[in-house]
Design a binder for this molecule. Structure first.
Ligand SMILES: Cc1cc2nc3c(=O)[nH]c(=O)nc-3n(C[C@H](O)[C@H](O)[C@H](O)COP(=O)(O)OP(=O)(O)OC[C@H]3O[C@@H](n4cnc5c(N)ncnc54)[C@H](O)[C@@H]3O)c2cc1C
Length: 379
C-alpha cells in the first residue's frame, strides 16, 4: 500500500492546484490519474502541423483576479488571446454574443424583452433578456442541441452565460482583465504545476482504492456518483463527439476561433479552428490549418467523457443525495467540476481549489478527535 499525507485523485486544474499548494506547504502528496496524460479536461496535444489542439474542447483562459493571474503565470507564460465567436444565421456569420448593430438591422432600435415576470425555465429566462427572433435564431436551436432537451425543461441558471450587447464589440468576454492561452499549452502548464510531485497515470483509483492510504485526507476530483458506485443512479452529463481534420492547403478556413451552428437541422454545434489560438509567430510557421467539429451527445457508457452537468431539477436533487453521503466522510473531500457536479470556468475551478486547501489546512480534520466535515461549503 502506498501511503501519503494526501492522495489526490485527478490531475485536472482542481487536483493540480491542490497538489501544488499542499506540496508547497510541506505535505507529501500523490496524484492518481486514470487517463494516460495529465491535465484533465484542459489537456491538449500538438498536431503534426504544429497546431495545438484541445483534446476535450477549446479553453480560453480569462480572469480579472490579479492573484489568480499571478498563480497561473508561475507555471507557464501566457500569450494574449481574446476569443471571438460567430454564429451562422441564415448563411451569414454574425457576432456572438449578439451585438447592437445586428439588433438595429433586423429589429430596429426599439425593442423590449418578450418575457416579463419571474422566469421558470431557461426559455423564459432567455426571453426576458432578448427579443424572440434573436432567441430563436441564435439561442434556442443551439441550446436544445447542446442539451438534447427542450429549452423549457432546462434551468434558468443557464441564461446567466448569455448576454445581449449594447455595442458591437466582437470579443466573447471583453470585460475580463487578463485573457490568454499558455504558450506551451495547458498540459505543459499542469505538468509544471506538478513539478516534483509524484503522480501515477492510467490508474483508476476506484478500481484500486485499497492500494493507496491517505494519512491526512483523500481528495477526489472525479464524479461523485462513480465514487459511491452509482448507488442512487447515474448523474446525467452531456458530452461531445469530436472530429478533427487537417486542411493542408488552407491558411485559415474561418475568420475566428469558433463558429456556432444554432440551426437545428445542422447536427454539429460548433467548429473550432485552433490556429487562431497560436501566438502570431507560431501561426506563421504552420502550414495548413486544423479544424474540429463538435456534436453533442449524452454520456452513455463508462468510457464516455462527462463534460457538462445536466442543468435540471432532477439531477440537482440526485447530486444532493450523493453530497449527503460525502458529508459523512470526515477526511474525504470530493470536489472539482465532477465532484461538485457543477460547471466551473478554469479560473473559478482554480480559485475554488485554493479555497479548499486553505480551509483544509486551517481545519486539519485529520488531527481532530471529532473530525469536522470537508464537504465544500455552498456546493
Ligand atoms: C467542452 C468544455 C469547454 C470548456 N471551455 C472552457 C473555457 O473556454 N474557459 C474556461 O475557463 N473553462 C472552460 N471549461 C471548464 C474547464 O474545463 C474546467 O474548469 C476544468 O477542466 C475543471 O477542472 P477539474 O480539475 O475540476 O476537472 P477535470 O479537468 O475534469 O479533472 C478531473 C480529473 O479526474 C480524473 N479522474 C476522474 N475519475 C478518476 C478516477 N476514478 N481515478 C483517477 N482519475 C480520475 C479525470 O480523468 C480528470 O483528469 C470548459 C469545459 C468544457 C466541458
Amino acid at each position: 500500500m502506498k501511503s501519503f499525507d494526501f492522495v489526490i485523485v485527478g490531475s485536472g486544474l482542481t487536483g493540480a492546484t491542490m497538489a501544488r499548494m499542499l506540496a508547497d506547504s510541506g505535505h507529501r502528496v500523490l496524484v492518481v490519474e486514470q487517463r494516460d496524460h495529465l491535465g484533465g479536461n484542459v489537456a491538449d496535444a500538438l498536431h503534426s502541423s504544429g497546431v495545438r489542439v484541445g483534446l476535450y474542447g477549446p479553453h480560453y483562459f480569462r480572469t480579472s483576479s490579479e492573484e489568480l493571474w499571478r498563480f497561473v503565470n508561475r507555471f507557464g507564460r501566457f500569450h494574449p488571446f481574446e476569443a471571438e465567436v460567430r454564429s451562422r444565421v441564415r448563411g451569414r456569420l454574425e457576432n456572438w454574443p449578439v451585438g447592437a448593430g445586428y439588433i438595429r438591422r433586423t429589429i430596429g432600435a426599439d425593442w423590449t424583452p418578450e418575457f416579463r415576470g419571474v422566469p421558470r425555465n431557461f426559455e423564459e429566462a432567455a426571453l426576458s433578456m432578448m427579443p424572440r427572433s434573436i432567441y430563436e435564431d441564435f439561442v434556442k436551436g443551439y441550446t436544445e442541441k447542446q442539451w438534447g432537451a427542450p429549452a423549457t425543461m432546462l434551468s434558468t441558471a443557464l441564461a446567466g452565460r448569455f448576454d445581449v450587447r449594447a455595442d458591437d464589440d466582437p470579443r466573447l468576454t471583453p470585460t475580463r482583465k487578463h485573457q490568454g492561452v499558455p504558450v506551451n499549452g495547458y498540459t505543459a502548464l499542469v505538468e509544471n504545476m506538478l513539478a516534483g510531485i509524484p503522480y501515477e497515470l492510467t490508474c483508476d483509483y476506484l478500481r484500486m482504492r485499497t492500494a493507496f492510504k491517505a494519512r491526512k485526507a483523500l481528495i477526489f476530483t472525479g464524479s461523485i456518483d462513480a465514487y459511491y458506485e452509482f448507488q442512487f443512479g447515474a448523474l446525467a452529463y452531456r458530452a461531445q463527439k469530436r472530429s478533427t481534420d487537417y486542411h493542408a492547403d488552407a491558411d485559415f478556413v474561418q475568420p475566428c476561433v469558433q463558429i456556432n451552428e444554432p440551426d437545428p437541422a445542422v447536427p454539429h454545434i460548433r467548429t473550432l479552428e485552433w490556429k487562431h489560438m497560436l501566438p502570431e509567430a507560431a501561426r506563421r510557421r504552420v502550414r495548413g490549418t486544423v479544424l474540429t467539429r463538435e456534436t453533442p451527445c449524452s454520456v452513455q457508457s463508462r468510457g464516455d467523457v462527462p463534460e457538462y452537468p445536466f442543468p435540471d431539477v432532477a439531477n440537482k436533487a440526485l447530486y444532493q443525495r450523493y453530497r449527503a453521503l460525502a458529508r459523512q466522510e470526515p477526511t474525504t473531500l470530493i470536489c472539482g467540476r465532477l465532484g461538485e457536479y457543477r460547471y466551473y470556468d478554469m479560473d473559478q475551478a482554480i480559485a475554488r481549489a485554493q479555497t479548499r486547501v486553505r480551509q483544509l489546512l486551517e481545519m486539519q480534520p485529520w488531527a481532530a478527535k471529532q473530525p469536522s466535515r470537508l464537504v465544500p461549503a455552498g456546493a
